[in-house]
Structures are given as structure tokens and as C-alpha cells.
Design a protein around this ligand. Structure first.
Ligand SMILES: [Fe+2]
Length: 341
């Protein structure tokens, strides 16, 4: 890591104000849609969802805590509806994988969150390419919110190369492929070394193009995927405006599936990745497919806006239940996790 200074939160001077990464893939949408087999979102049998209170008897390192994962939010009615869904589902923390309001308006973006979820709601974010221009302002809002979140601790440069802990969850908020000077694989390896929490999350905005199903062209360093996999950390991304989730993977660079079973058994060397990019801005079509996908939910599957929800730490500390729900109440994906840290 070249920028080694621990410039927590308010040290905005740490922000790389450079490199307004262009979203070239978005400009390349004119290409003809490739023909892939039609399929409905994968219908994994719905598990019995554990009760979220009173069900845990064993000592636990995490939760239960219910998290919502979103990205690519926008600032219109769909963004508001998605936040309202998050509130209605009883999520206790939001992880935003970047691309906030697309308006470079930190005040309005933060204001909408405050209006729907409240000013002290635990809301953590990774920088997106559309957040770079006004990033100091967004980071300042996130840092101010962090101070109001009881029990949350972060170090590093918040949202670009940072590690946070909250209610037993350990999450790395990063700007992979945006902050070009950072050694993200090295950072992940260092931060995850010796980590014993069953619930580790790597959060960044831009997926490798083979780890999304749209027409993004980003060829990012597989090292970030493999280091998170080595740690057994969940990989949360956005950028493509659809939802897709891999099976349990044993290598991302070669798209090798470890297992298609449910629950997914996370351990060192085994994890999954997802794109949750239906936060409100737009809904895009499916252009790619592959045997490593467990669930695909795009315009082709008539997707609507929504969020991925995971309840970590129930009914036991190393168990979790997840589902993607849209603002119409439809649930196109459900799965369970067991983590062996
Ligand atoms: Fe993006």
C-alpha cells in the first residue's frame, strides 16, 4: 500500500482527486446483444428463515444483524423506493457498493438517506466511478455519519481503502480500479491476515467483466478477488445495473466453481461474489452468462429495483440467510451461508 497513512474519515486530503474514471462501457451499449439462453432467475428452494430474536443460544461473534447491499442508486423515485424497501425489511445496516446519486450532490444524497432511514442509520459505502468528481463531499458525509453510528470503527481512508467493524461484521470498503495507486490485493491480504470473524466482506464498485452479466468491459486485477477468496470473504460489487450472484467459487480468474450446493460453505479459499446494482438508477439487460452464475436478474428477467438482504449470525454465529427482494415484493434469489473462518 503506497498511501500508508491511516487517514481516518475526515482526513480528506488523503483522497486521490485524480482519475475521474470514465465509464466507457456505458458508452458502448450500442453493440448488438449477444444471444444467450433464456432463463428465469434461479429458483433455489426457499429455506426456513430463522427467527431473528431468541434463537441464538451459542456464543456468537456476529449478529444476528440484517444487512442490505445496494449500488447504482440515483436520486429519483426508484432510489427512494429502494431505501423504503430496506427500511420495511428491517435491515440494520446498508452496504453501498458505489455510484450514489449521479448528480455530484453529496448534500442531496445524504439528505435522502436521512429522510428515509435517519441520520444515524449505519450506512457504509465504497466509492463508485460516478462519485469521484464530488468524492471529498461524499466522504465527508460518510465520515460524519460514521461518528453517529454507535459501535462502528473504521480505519484507513474511508470508502477508498478502509477497514470497518460493526456488530461482528468486518468489511473492507475500497475503490478498486478507481484509486490507481493503491495495492488492493496487498491491502486485502494484510487486513484479512489472522481475521477470525466468520463474516468478512470485500466491498468495491467495479467488477471484472466476467463477474457481471451486462456489457461492462472492465478488466480488473483478479488479485482482489483471489485475496478475498483466500480469506473466505464475501465479494460485494455494483456498477452493472442488474443483480447476479456466483456459485461458491474456488478460483475467480479461471471461473472454477467449488460447489453449487446450498448453503454455500465459506472458508479460506472458498467464497462467492455478487453484483447488486439495482439501487434505483436504471435496469439493464443481460449480455453475458456462464456456468459460474447461481442467479441472474436483469431486464431480460423483467427485473425491478431492489436490494440483497443477508441476516448474518442466525440461527448460529456462523450461519446466514440471504435473499434479493425487489420493490414489488418479488424474491428472485434466496440462499444460505455457513462460514468456517
Ligand atoms: Fe459505475
Amino acid at each position: 500500500m503506497k498511501r500508508t497513512t491511516l487517514c481516518l474519515a475526515v482526513a480528506l486530503s488523503c483522497v486521490a482527486a485524480s482519475a475521474f474514471a470514465s465509464d466507457s462501457a456505458e458508452a458502448a451499449r450500442s453493440g448488438a446483444e449477444r444471444s444467450f439462453r433464456d432463463r428465469d432467475p434461479r429458483g433455489i428452494p426457499a429455506p426456513e428463515f430463522p427467527k431473528e430474536s431468541g434463537a441464538v443460544s451459542a456464543p456468537r461473534a456476529a449478529g444476528p444483524v440484517k444487512a442490505a447491499f445496494i449500488g447504482d442508486q440515483g436520486n429519483g423515485a426508484a432510489a427512494r423506493a429502494t431505501l423504503q424497501l430496506i427500511k420495511a425489511e428491517g435491515a440494520e445496516v446498508v452496504f453501498h457498493q458505489g455510484d450514489f446519486d449521479y448528480k455530484d450532490n453529496p448534500e442531496a444524497w445524504d439528505g435522502l438517506i436521512n429522510e428515509v432511514l435517519g441520520p444515524s442509520f449505519p450506512y457504509f459505502a465504497s466509492v463508485g466511478n460516478h462519485d469521484m468528481k464530488a468524492w471529498p463531499g461524499y466522504q465527508q458525509k460518510l465520515a460524519a455519519r460514521l461518528k453517529r453510528i454507535s459501535g462502528a470503527v473504521c480505519d484507513g481512508d474511508l470508502g477508498t481503502i478502509s477497514t470497518c467493524r460493526y456488530r461482528g461484521l468486518v468489511f473492507l470498503l475500497m475503490g478498486v480500479d478507481l484509486m490507481k495507486n493503491n495495492d488492493y490485493p496487498g491491502y486485502i491480504r494484510k487486513q484479512m491476515a489472522g481475521e477470525t470473524s466468520p463474516w468478512k466482506i470485500c466491498s468495491w464498485h467495479i467488477p471484472h467483466y466476467l463477474m457481471q452479466v451486462g456489457n461492462k468491459k472492465n478488466v480488473i486485477d483478479w488479485g482482489v478477488y483471489e485475496e478475498c477468496r483466500n480469506a473466505g470473504a464475501i465479494i460485494a460489487t455494483g456498477h452493472e445495473h442488474s443483480y447476479s450472484r456466483t456459485r461458491l467459487m474456488k478460483e475467480f480468474a479461471t471461473q472454477q466453481v467449488a460447489s453449487s450446493d446450498n448453503p454455500l460453505r465459506l472458508e479460506k479459499g472458498r467464497t462467492f461474489a455478487f453484483v447488486s446494482g439495482l439501487g434505483g438508477d436504471s435496469i439493464r439487460n443481460q449480455f453475458l452468462d456462464g456456468a459460474w452464475w447461481a442467479s441472474v436478474y436483469t431486464a431480460k428477467q423483467k427485473a425491478n429495483y431492489g436490494a440483497l438482504f443477508c441476516t448474518f449470525g442466525a440461527p448460529t454465529a456462523n450461519a446466514a440467510s440471504c435473499y434479493f427482494k425487489n420493490i414489488d415484493g418479488r424474491i428472485p434469489d434466496r440462499f444460505d451461508l455457513l462460514s468456517q473462518p
